[in-house]
Write a protein that binds this ligand. Structure first.
Ligand code: NIG
Ligand code: FE
Length: 401
């Protein structure tokens, strides 16, 4: 059954499979009076309505704009407990790093998460995930990282796998080596991660990438290198959380290793911007963190101007970014990180697909998954403009979600 979708005032999408770097990130194709032909899960054809090929059925969106489904390339949807106490402490002036160094913050979420069953983790995560889907996310990366021990990390991976049963959106799992546990020898912990966790995760196909947090309160560049080299040698992609508070060399490491992405970058400066521009590593910025923690905005504008590629993520998590909307993340990327609406849309579609190593979503072209959004407007720019939800209908793999 071939369905033709019409009544599309304008359809905005990136084109071509390559990463959109520098000026390429501005190259959004906008087709007026467009149509989409879908069969099963796949887009068969995209173009002007007047050129539409033969079809079995027509669906009329009645003068609405269409964009690709958003891809959230960075989330921590699985977490237990609450961080409302941190929130209040920070408002009173205690810093995020100070809370972390005294054993709160991420460590507090770890204590709650370690005490949770996989069923509890999934029950807590489903409504968060549904909120992201309603706001336009059709693919969502989900990280572990609140386990810090083998059993809990494996339970988090199990919970991430189970999440897939509750949504048509595509869930992409990442093993996050978040912090060295306070009660363990660091070397011994890293040995267990590289010799037990990573081989098992690779063997069982439990995650597609390994991520490491490089920061004063987390891992050093050398520790991250050891972990990520183990990931690579087991055929897994690599990613980093880097330059959130201090530029310690995590961005340079990501570029050197050919990581899919390096995320945060609030403290990145010229040296890191140049390294990103010269690499194929996606710079994933997280405007929710800037807003919630009052950090400087990651220099996405400068990264694109220097020739780099930018993606935007929600970084949904309880401590640094309680962000329940993918389209709000996109809209904040324009306000806080200086992207144009076209760059921000490409950041959260085509470039976010690259940040996850995916090649069949993120663009509306023949052969791609039929993942698209029908906006609540005739103008595609509304998705970057509103602080509310401009998403009317969400189609994932050819079906309305
Ligand atoms: O992406 N920076 C480290 N990790 C998460 C925050 C986790 C938390 O505060 O619970 C982040 O910001
Ligand atoms: Fe994060």
């Amino acid at each position: 059954m071939k369905t033709l979708y019409i009544g599309i005032t304008e359809l905005a999408t990136a084109t071509g499979p390559e990463l959109k770097k520098g000026p390429e990130q501005r190259n959004l194709k906008v087709i007026k009076d467009a149509a989409l032909l879908v069969e099963g899960e796949t887009l068969l054809w995209v173009g002007e309505r007047k050129d539409a090929p033969a079809h079995d059925k027509t669906v009329d969106f009645r003068n609405k704009a269409v964009v690709p489904g958003l891809i959230d390339p960075h989330s921590h949807l699985i977490w237990s407990g609450s961080r409302l106490n941190d929130f209040e402490d920070r408002i009173k002036g205690v810093s995020y790093e100070e809370i972390l160094s005294r054993g709160g913050g991420i460590h507090q979420t770890v204590r709650y998460t370690q005490a949770s069953t996989a069923f509890e983790m999934v029950s807590l995560a489903v409504p968060r995930m549904n909120a992201l889907v309603r706001s336009g996310a059709t693919t969502i990366e989900v990280k572990t990282g609140y386990g810090l021990n083998y059993d809990t990390e494996m339970r988090m991976l199990e919970a991430i796998r189970d999440l897939q049963d509750f949504t048509p959106a595509r869930i992409v799992p990442t093993l996050l080596i978040h912090l060295p546990p306070k009660d363990r020898d660091r070397k011994d912990f890293i040995r267990e991660v590289t010799e037990v966790w990573i081989p098992e995760v690779a063997q069982e196909g439990l995650a597609s990438a390994v991520d490491v947090f490089v920061e004063k309160e987390a891992f050093t560049v050398e520790e991250a290198r050891e972990i990520l080299q183990a990931a690579r040698s087991h055929g897994l992609h690599t990613k980093l959380h880097a330059d959130q508070f201090h530029a310690l060399g995590g961005v340079e490491l990501a570029c050197e290793l050919g990581s899919l992405s390096v995320d945060h970058l609030e403290a990145s400066a010229d040296q890191q911007i140049q390294a990103l521009a010269a690499s194929e590593t996606v710079a994933t910025v997280l405007p929710g963190v800037t807003l919630h923690l009052g950090l400087p905005a990651a220099p996405a504008r400068k990264i694109i101007d220097a020739g780099g590629a930018v993606a935007i993520g929600t970084d949904h998590n309880p401590g640094s970014s309680p962000m329940f909307s993918a389209s709000l993340a996109l809209a904040l990327g324009v306000r806080l990180n200086g992207l144009t609406p076209a760059e921000a849309l490409i950041a959260m579609t085509a470039n976010a697909a690259h940040a996850l190593g995916l090649s069949d979503t993120g663009r509306l072209e023949a052969g791609m998954k039929a993942d698209f959004l029908v906006l609540d407007s005739h103008d595609w720019r509304e998705i970057a403009y509103r602080f509310g939800n401009a998403v009317g209908k969400v189609y994932i793999s050819g079906k309305e979600a």
